[in-house]
Design a protein around this ligand. Sequence first.
Ligand SMILES: [Zn+2]
Length: 398
Amino acid sequence: MSKKILFLIADGMGDYPIAELGGLTPLAKAHTPNMDEMAAKGLVGLVRTIPPSMPPGSDVANMSLMGFDPLTHHTGRGPIEAAGLGLDTHPDDLVWRLNLVKVSAFKPGGTMLDYSGGHVPVEKARDLVADLQAHLGGDEFTFHPGVGFRNLLVQHAGKDSPEAGLNIRAPHDITDTDISPDLAEFRKSPKLWDLVLAAQKRLAGRHNDTEANAVWPWGQGGPLTLANFKEKYGLTGAVISAVDLVRGLGRAAGMQVLDVPGATAWVDTDYQGKVNAAIEFLKHGDFVFLHVEAPDECGHVGDTNLKVKAIQDFDAQVVGPLRRAMQNQDAGFMIACDHFTPISVRTHTKDPALFLLSAPGLQNSGVQAFTEDTAQKSGILIEPGHEFMPWVLSKLAV
Ligand SMILES: [Zn+2]
C-alpha cells in the first residue's frame, strides 16, 4: 500500500513571546502532547511561505505550502475565491473580490467603519448582490454572490485593462482609516467609479436593512491557473477547509474539495467532521491538506487565552485522532502554520512559518517540543516556500 500524506495547517499559529504567558508563545504555552511527541521523533524547522516582495496573506502562504510559487501564480484574492466558488471565468476576465462594507461616507474624508458591513447575514447578502446584478450588471461587469460580505465582481475581458493596475487597499486593513486614497484610485477608471457610486445608491434603498452601505472591489487579477496537483506530484489529493481561498487553491489544482457542513473557521468548528472527512478520503486517496482557521482568528481579535485553547484543540481534536487513525499505516504528517498572526500585532507578519515533519524511519532533530523556538534552533529553513512540498516528498521517499 502506498504512503498516505497528511498536511495539517494551523492558520496563524505562530506568535511571539507574551508577558501574560510568562514569556512563552501561545504554542509553547499550550498543552500539545501529540505535536510535541511527533516533533521529538521527527524534524522541525522553518519555511519561508511569504516571498519578501509579497504581502503576508493566507492566500500567498497556502499557495506556497501546496507547492506553487506565488510569484508566478498569485494574481489576486478575487481569482482564488472565484475558483473556490467554482465560478466560471474566461481567461481574459479580471476577477475582483467585492466586499459589502460600511463607510462613514463614500466620499473623500470618509472612513472605513466595517470591512464586513456589520457581518451581513448570508441570505441578505445574497439578496443585495442579486439586486446589484439585476440593476447594475451588464456585458462588462457582473456581480456574483459569495458568502456574506465576501462577494465577487467579474470585469469581462478586463484582464489587461487599466483597472487591472488599480491599487485599492484591502478593506480589513483600513478599519477607521480615511478612504480618500482608494476613492482616488477608483476615480482613475470612470466606469468603475460610476459602478461603485451606483452601487452605493442602490444600497441606500429601502430594500437594504443591513449595515452595508457601499461596495468595495479589490484584490483583482486574471483567473487563477495552477498545475494539476496529481500530475505535478503523483498524488491524489483533497482539501478540507472552511475558507474559500484555501478551497479555491485546491480546486484550481484539480484536488477534491471536501465539504464539511460544520466547518466554521472559528473555534467552534466541527473538528471531528474534518477528521472524519480526511480518514474517509485516505481510504482511497493519497494526500490531504487539512486547514484550520481558528488560531488565526484568535490572533486577529487579540485573545491570548482563546489562541492557546485553539492550539490545544487543534492538537487534541485534529492531530491526535488522525495520528491514531493512521498508526497502523505508512503515513507521513506535515504540520505547519501558514504564517504568524501574533497577538501583539493582530495581523499577519512575514516571519518564516514553523513546521514539523513526522513519519516512520525519519531522522530526528532531537527537540522535545514543537515551538517557534525549537523550529528556529533546528537550523532548517526551507526557502522559497514552494520548495517545501518537494523537499518533504523527498524526505518521505514518495
Ligand atoms: Zn488571518
